[in-house]
Ligand binder design. Structure first.
Ligand SMILES: [Zn+2]
Ligand SMILES: [Zn+2]
Length: 312
């Protein structure tokens, strides 16, 4: 099914080279962006993710083929070939599918349980890009790309998805500041993606883009990086360990715990509601954290005015 080269595997030497360059640049600047245990965890999670991906690839190909033949035979959808103009269209729509996947991965706990791994480092460097899930297939990440198989050739979709993944590697760095305005306006950049990895209330659930930041601008999820607010990377509740298995499976364990303990009428909610949702409001979702922060922010100037008025 996939008769185009596996470009992600071909890109691995490039990943390693860029990481070495980043380490040298950070050392030269006197900042310590890398921590050995954290990097080792990221690299091993990346390796495990590749193995998990290879194990589930057969099933995914079978599903893709089923969708393709369903599109052609049952729906009569046009089967686009490899004409030159199909490529950019496929790349663009694949990137939109990524945006929808990524937004869902932050808003639905079942999907989040697969994606959370990528956010579990408190560092932000190129090795963080390789911190990938082991349970993406189980978390149903593939469903978002399936509609593409109705019209585009499978090999083209796999190629575009690979390009998308490769693009996202280089944006995981603090070594690159802001890029030219036109580039920041259209493309996902290190600056935009740093925001995505931030746990600051302002930055939670923002900038889901893969390659083009236009989706966030269009759908109201864009937030620009500010110079006056240092980004705290990681999770709202950090793992506090470099244990590989805990990083890979902790949210699944959390779901299992909640399913066991929750009253029957709430069990399903622990699978489909947003991360941090609880039936007794004992936890906070990112929307609640944001609302609390907004309230504090608007209360502060008022308090200052009241105090100034009192001192008169
Ligand atoms: Zn994310
Ligand atoms: Zn990322």
């Amino acid at each position: 099914m996939n008769d185009l080269p596996d470009i992600v595997t071909l890109a691995i030497p490039g990943f390693i080279l860029l990481m070495l360059i980043e380490i040298a640049v950070l050392k030269w600047r006197g900042s310590d962006g890398y921590e050995t245990a954290d990097t080792a965890t990221s690299l091993l999670l990346g390796l495990g993710s590749t193995i998990a991906g290879a194990l589930s690839a057969g099933l995914f190909y079978a599903m893709a083929a089923a969708v393709q033949s369903f599109g052609g035979e049952s729906l009569g959808s046009p089967q686009l070939g490899f004409a030159w103009w199909v490529w950019p269209l496929c790349f663009l729509l694949d990137d939109l599918a990524y945006y929808i996947f990524h937004r869902s991965a932050h808003r639905v706990r079942w999907f989040w349980a697969g994606h959370v791994v990528h956010h579990s480092s408190q560092h932000y460097n190129l090795s963080t890009a390789l911190r990938q899930t082991w349970t993406g297939f189980f978390a149903l990440s593939f469903i978002f790309r399936l509609p593409l198989f109705l019209v585009f050739p499978p090999a083209m979709i796999f190629f575009c998805a690979g390009l998308n993944l490769i693009y996202q590697f280089w944006i995981h760095t603090e070594a690159v500041g802001r890029l030219p305005r036109w580039f920041e306006a259209v493309m996902n950049t290190p600056s935009h993606h740093r925001v995505h990895h931030g746990t600051n209330a302002r930055y939670l659930d923002r900038n889901y883009a893969g390659v083009f930041i236009i989706w966030d601008r269009l759908f109201g999820t864009f937030e620009r990086e500010r110079d006056d607010e240092r980004i705290h990377y990681g999770l709202v509740h950090n793992l506090g360990s470099f244990n590989l298995l805990w990083a890979a499976f902790h949210e699944w364990a959390g779901i299992a715990r909640d399913l066991w303990a929750a009253p029957w009428r709430h069990k399903l909610h622990y699978l489909i509601r947003e991360p941090g949702w609880s039936h007794d409001d004992s936890r906070e979702t990112s929307a609640m954290i944001r609302a609390r922060w907004e309230a504090q922010r608007t209360a502060k100037p008022k308090k200052a005015i009241d105090q100034a008025a009192d001192s008169l």
